[in-house]
Design a protein. Sequence first.
Length: 146
Amino acid sequence: MEPEDEYAPSPVQWVSDHVALYEGSGGKQGSTVRPNQLPVVLLSMRGARTGKVRKVPLIRVERDGVYAAVASQGGADKNPAWFHNLLADPHVELRDAEQVFPMTARLVEGRERELWWARAVAVFPSYARYRSRTRRVIPVLVLEPA
């Protein structure tokens, strides 16, 4: 993302507030979410329809510098908007606390998806509950250094 790119804050207040805290502190605050103080990363991407920069906090699932983005939407029957953004343009920026990395997203399937799904559930067990709420297969994307 370029500094001059227009940022469109989330219309969901807690998301835009969390992003503002995370970025405004340079990653010193906002890198966890309550109530369990789960670690989160901040993902910046280009909006598929608007072309504006969109940002979303996601549960931190990381292994050897590679991250997973789980499109759970809390077990809703539709994918989150950010998932469609990543399919349209996989070039993203990931903030993990005070570090920022250019990454490329790719959808994983089969054994690779199951491996990342198990890692995600180990970090955030509620993903298993979300899976039982929906008929869709919850997508998992891997974010790799660009």
